[in-house]
Design a protein. Structure first.
Length: 323
């Protein structure tokens, strides 16, 4: 029988910091499940990792903005675990994310695309797969320093607003206020941190050793927050003089390779604490305080409850570990 190594599932592992993360994990002998909607790029990444590191790399078609796609992918993942094709998950890395400028656009489910991609889809994925984690497993959420409206990062593209899941899902529809693209992004990342902390509280209340962690990799010109900036402007932002200026004004800057390796560290290292927020800054990974709103437990509970309603979580889908 094939000996299965520790297995980690990651969304957005075929590019950006996610790709640097899986390179590091594979070099450590970790088997990988790459989840994403671009199967050609996933297969290309998987083949390169297998050739370079000799680990088992499985691809899983999934659009993190589409609830039906997430349900299908989670069911496929559970079947692979039950059949022994892959091992039980040591970690789930909720890493995929994007910013969408301009007018709001909406998913097949009728939800605003930024909110669905960065937060709601991962909420459902964790609900569906947390019972597939090892007893000492881990969930790591890629957040953003822009979630904190009291920091320079948080003022950079638009201060986050107090989250209301229904209003965020339907921004610009049904009489709900239309939020600008920057605020849609920062508020979705605020939801990510609230979710990480609420998941931690619920896991601890259930007496479980599974960890839940939020991570800010810093702003990186090639990924995430700056991906939809025109190419020449993005190159300028990534230049040394502009990065120096951005750092001088107080922005938290990441590094593509090092921020990705830091995500891998958070996925597997024993010196990481659950229910905490970590940030890549000044060449090192630090634990730091997140936005004041993220410690509002009533707000987090409301977000959790409303998210369950939005994803239409059925009694059969509710994880045994969190009942």
């Amino acid at each position: 029988m094939e000996l299965l190594m520790p297995t980690i599932l990651i969304t957005g592992g075929h590019s950006g910091i996610g790709l640097e993360c899986v390179k590091e994990l594979a070099a450590r002998g970790v088997d990988i499940v790459l989840a994403g909607r671009d199967l050609a790029r996933l297969d290309e990444t998987a083949a390169a990792l297998r050739l370079r590191c000799g680990v088992k790399v499985t691809t899983l078609g999934m659009d993190v903005s589409c609830l039906g796609s997430i349900r299908e992918a989670a069911a496929q993942c559970r079947r692979m675990i039950e059949s022994g094709e892959i091992g039980r998950l040591q970690a789930i890395l909720c890493n995929a994310g994007a910013t969408f400028r301009g007018e709001p656009s909406y998913t097949k489910d009728g939800y605003e695309l930024t909110f669905a991609t960065n937060y709601l889809g991962h909420f459902l994925l964790v609900q569906l797969l947390i019972d597939s984690l090892e007893e000492d497993g881990r969930v790591v959420f890629t957040a953003s320093g822009t979630h904190d409206p009291d920091t320079t990062d948080g003022k950079f593209i638009g201060r986050a607003v107090k989250p209301d899941a229904f209003a965020l899902a339907k921004t610009g529809l049904d009489g709900n206020k239309r939020l600008p693209g920057g605020k849609r992004y920062t508020t979705s990342k605020l939801c990510v941190v609230l979710h990480a902390y609420e998941l931690d509280r619920r896991l601890k209340a259930a007496g479980l050793r599974i960890s839940s962690i939020a991570y800010d990799p810093g702003a990186i010109a090639a990924t995430g927050l700056l991906r939809d900036v025109p190419g020449p402007a993005r190159a300028m932002i990534g230049s040394r003089p502009v990065r120096w200026l951005m750092k001088r004004v107080g922005l938290t800057l990441g590094d593509l390779v090092q921020s990705g390796r830091a995500l891998a560290h958070l996925a597997v290292s024993s010196d990481v604490l659950s229910g905490r927020y970590y940030q890549w800054k000044d060449g090192a990974l630090h634990e730091r305080r997140s936005a004041d709103l993220t410690y509002d437990q009533m707000l987090a509970e409301a977000l959790w409850r409303d998210s369950r309603t939005l994803v239409q979580l059925s009694p059969e889908e509710e994880p045994e570990r969190l009942k």
